[in-house]
Design a protein around this ligand. Structure first.
Ligand SMILES: [Zn+2]
Length: 494
């Protein structure tokens, strides 16, 4: 058996002004994709599963970048075009595995992944099955369900099962090719638009939903079941929660199970609300705790969700309140360069952060001592992306009183202890650590954190969705429209 493998993974924050171009997205071609083998990532899981099942792999093209703004038509056509050309050159194959995100938006294509899969379908025809893997934050739509044969979506956030869900997709695709199963799918879309912070899958309400989904799988009612949380900062009709069920040649059962999950999600919506603390109170509380680390969760500047990574609300407050033993990572190439230029041990005056846009706080003027300079490279310890290399660009640590500011050249998601260790900081020994994240931080920091405070910081990750001007989103949708009734359409004959 031989599978063609490739994909494009981008979570598009449609309110972001940061451009997404072919040069901002790292791309891999042909055998370059094989570097993902063994990595806890969709592509890694796909490659590993094929190897274990004795399936030959034709690696084509892969793009995978941090969340930023909407790619224009030319960028989309360049990326999709290369993927399609390379797939065409690799044909024939027994099956296609596409590793996509599910919340990519491009100019002219609000559901960019559905467009990609449609084009692949047109290319390979209806007899070659297509399996798609998506992120838990996918904004699932009917067009995707119609364009492919089966979809698997992560069941975890932080995304610690990315490789496992891809392995599931490969196994199901292989069984489909062998004629053992005939996947049928149904998608239900309750009108729910929770924020990422409400989607931590180790706790209700999403734990409740995913437990129900796993029950359906374990009872043998379905081949694969998931509830995707969706990505609320993509202003598209399909944004929000989706329940997706894959059954074996039983579309009615798929419909019924998806509707059951959607109804349960709707019932649980009250538990999808979050309330965060103002920065001043949060910092005072963090300082007062007798033991650390205390995680100050900078939800408004959640880098993984498409923010700038240069938000200053918590940095300013930590300096104002003279915090001790605190660490903040700020993406600010100018400041990193200035600190690197003066060298370790020298004093430097900087205007830190708040530069990319007007939504993440003002730049903060500081005078500090350069403690450390690195090339910004490190390897993920995991659990998310374990084994994958990371590159923050040239990086400097500048101590301002009791606050260590890690100045990186590129924005770099928190959630892995190796990030701070790479600049000589042992996270477990610190009193206060600011994480520019909503939930992802829990992957690495969860086991060592003594306390965590979710902070209502400004930015593109704000949990107050009324701060964003939605134009294309379907309405009504909770919580933007708080009072309306909803239930799944009744299914005739089930
Ligand atoms: Zn995600």
């Amino acid at each position: 058996m031989r599978f063609i493998v490739g994909g494009i993974m981008h979570e598009t924050h449609t309110f972001s002004s940061e451009p997404t171009t072919t040069s901002t997205l790292p791309t891999f071609r042909g055998d370059e994709l094989l570097r993902y083998a063994g990595v806890n990532h969709s592509l890694g899981g796909t490659l590993d599963a094929c190897r274990d099942l004795g399936i030959a792999v034709a690696p084509t093209f892969f793009a995978d970048g941090v969340s930023t703004g909407t790619p224009d038509r030319a960028t989309f056509e360049a990326l999709a075009g290369e993927l399609l050309r390379r797939i065409a050159a690799a044909l024939p194959a027994d099956g296609i595995v596409l590793n996509l995100h599910g919340a990519m938006v491009a100019e002219d294509f609000p559901d960019a992944e559905a467009e990609i899969v449609r084009r692949v379908r047109d290319l390979v025809g209806s007899t070659t099955p297509i399996a798609v893997t998506l992120d838990f934050h996918a904004n699932l739509g009917q067009a995707m369900v119609e364009a492919c044969d089966l979809v698997t979506t992560y069941d975890t956030y932080p995304h610690i099962d990315a490789a496992e869900r891809a392995r599931e997709a490969v196994q199901l695709l292989a069984r489909t090719v062998r004629g053992e199963i005939r996947p049928t799918m149904a998608l239900a879309k309750p009108p729910l638009l929770p924020v990422p912070q409400a989607m931590f899958t180790a706790r209700p309400p999403f734990k409740t939903l995913l437990d129900r989904a796993h029950d359906m799988e374990e009872r043998g009612e379905a081949l694969a079941v998931t509830v995707a949380g969706g990505f609320p900062y993509s202003d598209v009709p399909e944004a929000g929660v989706g329940a997706l069920v894959v059954t074996d040649n039983d579309p009615r059962a798929a419909r019924r199970l998806a509707d059951d999950l959607a109804a349960l999600a709707w019932e649980l919506r009250g538990h999808m609300q979050v309330a965060n603390r103002p920065p001043r109170e949060a910092v005072a509380e963090a300082i007062a705790y007798p033991t650390g680390p205390v995680m100050l969760v900078d939800v408004g500047d959640n880098i993984g969700g498409g923010t700038t990574g240069d938000g200053t609300a918590l940095l300013a407050e930590l300096i104002a309140q003279d915090a001790r033993d605190a660490v903040v990572v700020i993406a600010d190439p100018e400041s990193a360069e200035a600190a690197i230029a003066v060298g370790v041990g020298a004093m430097v005056d900087l205007s830190v952060g708040g530069k990319v846009d007007q939504r993440h706080g003002e730049p903060v003027a500081v005078r500090g001592v350069v403690r450390r300079i690195t090339d910004g490279r490190w390897i993920h310890e995991g659990p998310e992306n374990a084994g994958a290399p990371a590159d923050m660009g040239p990086t400097a640590v500048v101590a301002v009183g009791g606050v260590d500011i890690v100045l990186t050249s590129c924005k770099s998601m928190p959630g892995d202890l190796a990030q701070l260790r790479s600049v000589g900081i042992e996270p477990a020994e610190r009193q206060i650590i600011v994480v520019k994240s909503a939930v992802r931080w829990r992957g690495g920091y969860g086991p060592i954190a003594k306390h965590a405070i979710d902070v209502d910081t400004p930015g593109l990750g704000s949990v107050d969705l009324s701060r964003f001007e939605f134009r294309r989103l379907r309405r009504p949708i909770w919580p933007l429209d708080p009072d309306f009734a909803w239930s799944p359409e009744p299914v005739i004959g089930v």
